[in-house]
Design a protein around this ligand. Structure first.
Ligand code: ADP
Length: 563
């Protein structure tokens, strides 16, 4: 039984740990899911960036895509003079010259080395006449492009299996080496000068916008950046200023446009925003479910605890009641037996037996009344007969009836009563039970010299009945329990005092069903104050009957010792 209590706590702790553990796991999974979504969205955008660079590369190759079909032997043989260049090669060049991407086209034989000696003669394509013409007037970038390609091809040509090879000189030129793959020698170099304006404004810029849209829609901002000059050539979001700190990813162009690259910043796209919104929603639902579960757990646990302690107190109560019913009954039956025998004739003893029987039957009645009160509340249809009541008048009648009780317990009674309080609508038998219980308690829990003060006063909305004693008082931590059924403060004095923990629960139930409230304030060793407040009804205040003995006492405001 002792361990049972710990097992319950252990199970509560395990249950709570399981709920919290499950919640933490779920939160972790939700975040992992969201991160995956963000990651896959970012990966997709990285693939798009790479795809973009491949497409740019294809765009450069497109005009010269048929060069590989040429017979390189024949091309070589035709390169005796600019006007004899192989017809098929001229056709391809003619078509290429119409592409705005290239501003000039030059042809050079491997023997000619303009990179080494700028100003050597090379052949320049003239679109107006559809032929090449020899020239020594060309830009430095032409000799640079040819020089780079010659150097690279010298190293490559022996191991190279194809008959064309494209080599870029940054964003300035593209040179195609025409190769005789059987003899592994370069036949000619075709240099195409790149029109950078066209490239950026007519091709790469629009394509960037087409592929990546605006930053808000797609969750990515891309800058086409010349990193050697730190200059933005084009961007998908002109309103966002480029800053290296914002760059999340850099994509270079493979083998071409070496001085340029794509710089990207990943922002939240609608997919990620939706995933974040769903994450937040799920977290809220999870938190709600967790709180509900924990709440239900704790509620069930403490309700079970409460039920258990109520059951224990009920069992104790039954044992006590049985015992206490037996004691007066035993006294009554013993006295009754003696009297019925006729053996007792002495008038003093006769009186004593009579008093015993009377007192014990009173005790029995009080006990049975309490039980009936409790039983009444446990049945649903409790009848209530509320009538307009003037509390000071009611108290006066009540104290008359209670006089002998108060006298027998040596109570010093002090009354402080405002006669002008308005009427209240209450069941008078309930009111009597309330007073009975409060006064009985004040008497029970006071040492010798029992002092009780009863006050009646009112505000605009309430009439208050206050019962104060100078008894043992109630420790603060028990104030919230004393109105529970079967609750008794566990201390030495209560242990010596007879009771079942029902009086105050009856007071509370009766007060509430009459629309009132009850409260307590108490200091151990100094006494307790129980306040009952009833709402006022609209009925007028009755005229004072100044002849009442209680009113006389009230006026004097002197503590009264009920003899
Ligand atoms: P009981 O039959 O034990 O008096 P009650 O419901 O009337 O049951 O009171 C519950 C507990 O509250 C009592 O056991 C007692 O400890 C405490 N109590 C009630 N009234 C007073 C009072 N006037 N002074 C001190 N303690 C009180």
């Amino acid at each position: 039984m002792k361990y049972y209590r710990y097992v319950r706590w252990i199970f509560l702790a395990l249950g709570l740990t399981a709920v919290i553990g499950l919640t933490v796991m779920n939160v972790y999974s939700l975040y992992a899911l969201h991160d995956n979504k963000v990651q896959s969205s970012v990966e997709k955008q990285k693939r798009q960036l790479m795809e973009y660079t491949n497409q740019v590369r294809s765009r450069f190759r497109y005009p010269v895509r048929t060069l590989w079909q040429l017979d390189m032997e024949e091309v070589k043989a035709s390169l005796t003079s600019p006007s004899d260049v192989h017809h098929d090669l001229v056709v391809i060049i003619e078509e290429t010259s119409r592409d705005g991407l290239f501003s000039d086209i030059y042809l050079s034989t491997p023997e000619c080395a303009p990179c080494e000696r700028h100003g050597d003669t090379i052949w320049h394509y003239q679109p107006e006449i559809g032929r090449f013409a020899a020239t020594t007037e060309y830009d430095q970038l032409v000799s640079d492009g040819l020089g780079i390609t010659r150097t690279r091809m010298n190293a490559l040509v022996q191991d190279y299996r194809w008959n064309t090879r494209v080599i870029f000189d940054t964003h300035n030129s593209m040179t195609v080496a025409l190769i005789n793959s059987s003899s592994r020698e370069v036949v000619a170099y075709l240099l195409l000068v790149i029109d950078q304006d066209f490239l950026v404004t007519s091709y790469m810029g629009p394509k960037l916008a087409d592929t990546f849209g605006t930053g808000e829609e797609t969750g990515i901002i891309v800058w086409l950046h010349d990193w050697t000059r730190n200059e933005v050539l084009s961007t998908t979001s002109p309103e966002v200023a480029y800053s290296y700190q914002n760059v999340d990813f850099i994509q270079n162009f493979p083998d071409l446009l070496n001085n340029w690259n794509l710089k990207a910043t990943f922002t939240a796209n609608p997919d990620i925003a939706a995933s974040r919104a769903s994450l937040t929603r799920n977290l809220f639902v999870l938190a709600g479910a967790m709180l509900l579960l924990i709440g239900a757990f704790v509620f069930m646990f403490f309700t079970a605890q409460r039920e258990r302690s109520l059951a224990q107190r009920q069992a104790l109560f039954l044992a006590n009641v049985t015992h206490e019913l037996k004691t007066p009954l035993a006294v009554i039956s013993a006295a009754g037996e003696n009297l019925s025998d006729g053996r007792v004739t002495d008038p003093v003893r006769l009186k004593s037996y009579g008093t015993h029987i009377f007192n014990e039957s009173l005790r029995l009645r009080t006990m049975i009344d309490r039980l009936l009160d409790v039983a009444r509340f446990n049945t649903k249809n409790v009848r209530i007969r509320k009538i307009q009541t003037h509390l000071p008048d009611f108290l006066q009648d009540y104290l008359k009836k209670k006089k002998s009780y108060l006298e027998s317990h040596d109570v010093i009674l002090h009354l402080d009563i405002d006669e002008k309080v308005p009427q209240i609508e209450v069941d008078q038998s309930d009111l009597q039970s309330i007073l009975d219980n409060l006064i009985d308690n004040a008497v029970k829990y006071s040492h010798d010299g029992k002092f009780i003060e009863i006050r009646i006063n009112s505000s605009n909305e309430h009439v208050s009945l206050i019962v104060k004693d100078k008894g043992v008082g109630i420790p603060k931590e028990f104030h919230k329990y004393i109105f529970d059924k079967f609750f008794r403060v566990e201390d030495a004095l209560t242990a010596q005092t007879k009771g079942h923990g029902l009086g105050l629960s009856i007071v509370k139930d009766l007060t509430m069903r009459n629309g009132g409230t009850v409260s307590v304030s108490s200091t151990p060793g100094k006494g307790s104050v129980f306040s009952i407040r009833f709402p006022v009804t609209d009925s007028p205040v009755p005229q004072n009957d100044t002849s009442s003995p209680i009113r006389e006492q009230t006026k004097q405001q002197e503590p009264e010792h009920v003899p």
